[in-house]
Design a protein around this ligand. Structure first.
Ligand code: ATP
Ligand code: MG
Length: 321
């Protein structure tokens, strides 16, 4: 599978299911057209900023799935605008929203009071959505970490694409701030599961950073993509103890809610530590009922895939809710 995996032949049915999963992942990943539209949107934005703030040193970068190579056909483009001038005239997301409106973008939602203020918009001429923030450097850092993890082992990318797609199909991943879990949060859940499999597929983020995000010479875990994929649903459906533990991609293991003093807050039903800010719970958007629903969704997917490791099983797993 991966170039780092020792060659060992998987049973035929596992090989067939892996091929099926990879085909499915390829059918949901962003197309070349999506990439072109993303580039066109960036140059449009760049032009708008240059026209409105000709004197200023403003930098446009993308982050999120388009950078970590996890973009789906239905992904938005996450854009960060950094103003390097100390007295920049571009100060608020509302200013930005006005400029986007003048440029013909629609469905503009400005969330100025969020932890990271963002503007969401849809470009009808390009058929693409974007989330734009101002000066958010954390997003770049954690995107680089996701990218390094995705590149660590060739089995991770198809699994991450499929799990993000599954979350969208089953409607518990809304856009940031709305859904039960963001794509980023569920990706961190997948990474931690891969850190905890025996032997681990992925080291802790701390170890990864110490190693300069380098790949291992030999990957000790040779499981098929299919068995790992099904194992993910089983783990979060039946085995993970939501009441007691915090998912930590940074440490590569589970932390105790109690030790972290995260056990008495009702926003901490499901706990996923932000790797670069361990005071932040990425899953604080999910309440008790929603976590229960989520758990049932993991169980549903596991039950379907356990019965039918084939194309029909996948179609049923991803059935739009
Ligand atoms: P999609 O393809 O569905 O757009 P994505 O992989 O781009 O998914 P998002 O949830 O859109 O993931 O998040 C984009 C980026 O924003 C993440 O890679 C991460 O860098 C950052 N991010 C998202 N949510 C948070 C959060 N709660 N705290 C910190 N950073 C976040
Ligand atoms: Mg995104």
């Amino acid at each position: 599978i991966a170039d780092t995996v020792k060659e060992e032949v998987l049973p035929q049915d596992e090989q067939d299911f892996d091929i099926e999963l990879q085909k499915f992942a390829a059918s949901v990943e962003a197309t070349e057209g999506h990439k072109q539209r993303r580039i066109a949107l960036l140059s449009k934005l760049s032009r708008v900023l240059q026209t409105n703030f000709p004197e200023e040193d403003i930098e446009l970068t993308t982050f999120g799935s388009t950078e970590s190579n996890l973009a789906l056909r239905r992904s938005d483009v996450d854009i960060c605008i950094q103003t390097h001038s100390r007295t920049s005239k571009l100060q608020t997301t509302c200013q930005l929203a006005r400029l986007l409106h003048e440029e013909g973008l629609v469905n503009i939602v400005c969330i100025p009071r969020a932890r990271v203020p963002i503007v969401k918009a849809w470009d009808p001429s390009l058929g693409i959505a974007c989330d734009i923030n101002l000066n958010n450097s954390l997003a770049k850092t954690n995107t680089a970490m996701i990218k390094a993890c995705v590149e660590y082992d060739a089995r991770i990318r198809p699994m991450a694409l499929l799990i993000k797609h599954w979350a969208k199909c089953r409607k518990f991943n809304g856009t940031k701030g709305k859904g039960v879990l963001s794509s980023y949060t569920i990706t961190c859940m997948l990474l931690n599961y891969l850190q905890l499999t025996d032997p681990p597929i992925l080291p802790s983020m701390v170890a990864l950073q110490q190693n300069d995000y380098c790949k291992p010479k030999v990957q000790l875990n040779e499981k098929s993509i299919g068995s790992l994929f099904i194992g993910f649903f089983e783990y979060y459906g039946y085995r993970f103890e939501y009441e007691s533990y915090v998912i930590s991609v940074k440490q590569g293991y589970l932390l105790s809610k109690k030790t972290k003093v995260w056990d008495s807050d009702q926003n901490n039903i499901l706990c996923v530590e932000e790797p670069f800010n361990n005071m932040r719970n990425l899953a604080n958007t999910a309440n008790e009922m929603e976590v229960m629903g989520l758990r049932l969704e993991f169980q549903r997917a596991y039950q379907i895939l356990k019965r039918s490791r084939d194309h029909a099983g996948l179609v049923e797993t991803f059935r739009e809710f």
